[in-house]
Design a protein around this ligand. Sequence first.
Ligand code: HEM
Length: 546
Amino acid sequence: MTDSALMELAVLGLLLAVIVIIISLICHRRNERLFGRTPPGPWGLPLLGYLPFLDRKAPHKSLQTLAKRFGGIYQLSMGSVRTVVLSDAAMVREFLRYEQLTARAPLYVTHGIMKGYGIVGAAGAIWKYQRRQLIEWLKALGMTRKQCETRAQLEQRIARGVNECVQSYETEAQEAGGVLDPLPSLQHSLGNVINDLVFGETYRRNDPNWLYLQQLQEEGVKLIGVSAVVNFLPWLRHLAANKRSIRFLLDGKAKTHAIYDRIIHRCEKQLEVDLQQRQQKQLPPKEPHSILEHFLNERQPYSELYCDDQLRHLLADLFGAGVDTALATLRWFLLYLAREPRCQQRLQAELQQLSETPSLAELETSVYLRACLSEVQRIRSVVPLGIPHGVERDVTIGDYCLRSGSMVLILQWAIHMNPDVWPQPEQFRPERFLNADGDYAAPAQFIPFQTGKRMCPGDELARMMLTLFAGRILRRFHIQLPSDQPAIDLDGECGITLTPAHYKLRFSKLKPREGKAKVEKEKEEQEEKEKDERQVLEEAAKVKDE
Ligand code: HEM
């Protein structure tokens, strides 16, 4: 081919490229006019999208960096999955009201395991029906803010677990010279509170099935993280390491379901016996005592809404959603309170005013306890990337068009660590949740349970558990970091939840009402100090505004 022919070909190619770019720009503009803009965002590599640039160990931090650059809404590709990231609380509230956003994200691992059953991974009719039922059942079991008999019964059931945990810490501290790993006792007793409510059964500490379920939970949550690449590039499942993880999860599911089937069978038999006995005595049927009993009582034969798989996955979801999140929160709580003697001192000053085994109503009078728990939920969002949603149908919200099949991430981490809302976000300051009158007040940007149509249905149960566990443990013990503790890791491990690395604490039993006067004096001094700090902060904010 001659030089001039080559030149002509090159010019033609260039012309074609320019025409393609112009046509796609016109189409893009037309689509934007018709459907709204797509959110801005970074470019990625073909096929892989932005995945290679995410920090696998801390994806929440990589995504936070992008939020600083692109703002409260942006879009990127994770492999083939178009992902919209929200890091502005007002936008999250607005978007999560839309029906079109109630689906779940098309993630290979979670879909592969849950298959659309249960509640957390379900969508459409099954999800809607199951969610409505679940909320009714949780209320019937006492999960309500109204003071009533069922709430008192629920409190007693939680308190049983709390007392067992406090007792174990006391024994362990005596045996181990005060220094212990708080996780095993907490995991056992908190897990049993959920077992009792969900299955109506609890385990002994050394029960082999229970030890297996706990280990599976601890490992499993790390493997089903949103950022796991297999979620977006399913062909990577053939790599040896991914094969192992997927096999571990699928084996775990099969074994868990086998354990659940035996519990379900026992419960069915027991319900039959109870019913017969009550019929003979002409008594009305007994009120269900667990989620499992509620489900079996209302079960309709041949309905997919009540099939075996739906039941097994619902039980697994409730165990996972209830234990992983609350356990991680309490582990961060103990770690931060041990790190922050000033906060612990102030909290204990309030708790010392209460009885030795304070009730929920008593603990709820401690404004500082509530503030400490909220600050823990803020500083270490236990679901840093939220639980992702999926876009069911194309939808235009405000200026933006979200395409069907996209994943929507609620970047709780960035929302809760935004320095414009929470100055010096890495500092643990429960006072952020107290107003000028010293009352509890949570800013609107605090959304640990997310918002909208899929908001956590267990939020009140979670609050009751967190308050009772945290309040009674800190009422009984002074906790400290042991002097020989290696450097503390506050980054944690990020799977679907963000959990702290293992740590040990020194537990010293507080003598009943000992030093009350001293504690009161310290509290007064503390309040003075905080007033000064508040003034300094307010003045700093004024200067910033100016
Ligand atoms: C500190 C404790 C907890 C935190 C921080 C938490 C947080 C969350 C979050 C962020 C979601 C996602 C909401 C969404 O998709 O928009 C969620 C969903 C859920 N949570 Fe919780 N949760 C906690 C405790 C509990 C407890 C104790 C239960 C037990 C009943 C529970 C049951 C659920 C369920 C079933 C869902 C799925 C709801 C749905 O998909 O419709 N959670 N939770």
